[in-house]
Design a protein around this ligand. Structure first.
Ligand code: F6R
Length: 614
């Protein structure tokens, strides 16, 4: 989704802003722009549709000579208004004295636009954001020259969400930022400051950051910053030191971030398990989980809510919690949960799962659960994200920064985290010690087993390449692996633009079987578990209709060899943990098909890494 960056200091602002915007590319965008205040205090604005490289070329072509130590930049993911230069940010008033970049949605923009137009303001874009800069112009008092108060007065009349940064040529030594519902972080350097919507943007420059909270305003100068409420009250903020290193956000020797992240999965899991799993005591320990043994014992229902890939991990989590902790679990799309009337009892536990910790629907679901008095655990990857902060207790995924838009390692770490959580609650309830020990010992073997699947990447690629020209795919799995069928199909759709459906295997005969013919590849996830024989019957049904069958299994079985067109063998584990292994070949199939189609897998069309609008 949209990204914000800003810089003030002694260095070349345009270079830092362009570089920071490039680090936000992974979030998904369709246009970008930059506004600089030059040495003569003129506002220099450049906006382009397409990639940051495009913007960079144009900035250097037309404004390469500009010397500026202060500026703001933006990557736009269109919501209101088409993808074109006019609608790209920064937006300026007609005299080009002010420039703003904005993430979020101004809900009452139409009314405000009408009022401002009647007062003589001329709008040059179709966006909701542009009203902000005209409001700032309107509220700016020449005699006071106080950009902060103009921004605050503007914010008092808007309804909606914002993360924004504003600059003014009459005060060419400050950036004013504000946040309500859209993330904003300040980076503190030596005699220089940064502002961004995502800490990844500024990581090469500083590790010292201050998270701006909702309804806070920050006034930034190169050597200091001050934070305020919307009522101009000062707020003291603490500095957080971010411990992600810069290598974590570079591709290294990999051709794409997605491939790097797929291959990072064994290590990412080790990071998630570290210090939490004590196999010999059958115990799991979580630092930030605010769940007493008494509360855990009394939980009578768990509701897990999430979106997209995180929703798929929630489904696996349901199977695990029901199996290990013997508590009924409901899984809800966050977008549905927030708009119905979820019935929550006093002993219900709500779990929200989000890689980014900023997904608007998931955040609102969390807030609705809290309004209803439920205890909420947040499972997130991004440290300091809004969901992490607003949850009663939380578990971090420790997957490291995930830059590829299609989630891979965060999904794996969600599965491992949910397994740990299920065992943790199970042990607080009825699970015997020996069972806790057995499960945790098996869990510790998963990274090595995933590494073994990754060793087969070349073979999986060979199989994938046979299906590059296919236009439809079906993914089928049962039990713990039904959500893996959904996730395999989603990965393929997202990055290769091939239509794919995931189904519980037994449901095929209730409809999708009508689609089966020689052009329909069907991926079966068929571990040797209690449902293996049943899956085998489903495979027979597909073969009887000339469908092409790709099987992911841990059993070398002569019957299967005769039936399947292609088989990918994976190491065995217990049924409950098999999703963690079976998803790996599906990620790789999607990846290699998309690459063979020469698609940009890290930035698939229309998708955003963090969906901060409804
Ligand atoms: C798919 C994908 C999305 C996200 C979804 C939720 O690969 O990444 O479906 O899973 O947008 O995002 P988070 O987990 O950040 O809340």
């Amino acid at each position: 989704m949209c990204g914000i960056v800003g810089y003030i200091g002694n260095r070349d602002a345009k270079e830092i802003i362009l570089d920071s915007l490039q680090r936000l590319e992974y979030r998904g965008y369709d246009s970008a722009g930059i506004a600089l205040i030059d040495e003569k205090n003129h506002m220099v604005v450049q906006k382009e549709v397409g990639r940051i490289d495009n913007l960079r070329n144009e900035v250097y072509k037309y404004n390469g000579e500009v010397e500026s130590q202060l500026g703001i930049g933006h990557t736009r993911w269109a919501t209101h208004g088409r993808v074109n230069e006019q609608n790209a940010h920064p937006h300026c008033d007609s005299k080009k004295r002010f420039a703003i970049v904005h993430n979020g949605i101004i809900e009452n923009y139409q009314v405000l636009r009408k009022i401002l137009t009647d007062k003589g303001h001329t709008f040059s874009s179709e966006t909701d954001s542009e009203v902000l800069v005209h409001l700032i112009e309107e509220f700016y008092k020449e005699e006071e020259r106080n950009l902060q108060s103009a921004v605050v007065e503007a914010l008092k009349v808007v309804e909606g969400t914002y993360g924004l940064a504003a600059i003014c040529i009459d005060e060419p030594y400050k950036i004013v930022g504000a946040r309500n519902g859209s993330p904003l972080v300040l980076g503190i350097g030596e005699n220089e400051m940064f502002i961004a919507s995502d800490v990844n943007a500024i990581m090469p420059y500083t590790k010292n950051v201050v998270y701006i909270e909702d309804k806070e305003v920050v006034v930034i100068k190169s050597e200091k910053f001050k934070t305020y409420t919307l009522d101009y009250q000062r707020i003291e903020k603490s500095i957080t030191v971010v411990d992600w290193d810069v290598d974590a956000i570079s591709k290294g020797d990999y051709e794409t971030f997605m491939l790097k992240e797929i291959f990072e999965q064994p290590n990412a899991i080790v990071d998630a398990l570290r210090g939490r799993v004590h196999a010999r005591d059958g115990a799991v320990k979580f630092g930030g989980l605010d769940l007493t043994p008494e509360h855990a014992k009394n939980i009578d229902k768990v509701i897990i809510t999430a979106c997209g890939t995180s929703w798929h991990s929630a489904l696996v989590g349901k199977y695990m919690i029901e199996r290990f902790a013997e508590i009924p679990v409901e899984v809800d799309y966050a977008s549905e949960f927030r708009y119905r009337n979820p019935v929550l009892g006093k002993n219900n536990l709500v779990i929200v799962i989000s890689q980014s910790g900023e997904t608007a629907d998931t955040l609102e679901a969390l807030r609705e659960a809290k309004r209803k008095g439920a205890k909420v655990i947040g499972i997130t990857n991004v440290i300091g994200s809004t969901i992490a902060k607003e949850s009663d207790g939380g578990i971090y995924l420790h997957a490291g920064p995930e830059i590829g838009v299609a989630s891979t390692k965060a999904f794996l770490n969600q599965l491992i985290t949910l397994a740990m959580l299920a065992i943790y609650i199970g042990r607080l309830k009825n699970m015997p010690l020996y069972e806790g020990e057995r499960l945790l010992e098996e869990l510790a073997l998963i990274p090595q087993k995933i590494a073994e699947v990754l060793e087969q990447a070349d073979k999986i690629k060979e199989i994938a390449l046979k299906y590059v020209h296919t236009t439809n795919f079906l993914y089928l799995g049962r039990g713990f692996n039904y959500p893996i069928a959904l996730e395999g199909a989603l990965k393929l759709k997202e990055i290769s633009y091939i239509h794919a459906e995931g189904y519980p295997a037994a449901e095929m005969k209730h409809g999708p079987i009508a689609l089966i013919d020689e052009n329909m590849p069907v991926v079966f996830i068929a571990p040797k578990d209690s449902l293996y024989e049943k899956i085998m019957s489903n495979i027979e049904e597909v073969k009887a209709r000339a469908g092409r069958v790709i099987v992911v299994t841990d059993l070398d079985d002569s019957v299967m060899r005769q039936k399947a067109d292609d088989i990918i063998y994976v190491p065995s584990t217990i049924e409950e943990f098999s999703p963690m292994i079976n998803i790996i070949p599906l990620q790789l199939i999607a990846y290699y098909i998309a690459r063979a189609k020469e698609l940009d897998v890290d930035k698939p069309r229309n998708l955003a890494k963090s969906v901060t609008v409804e």
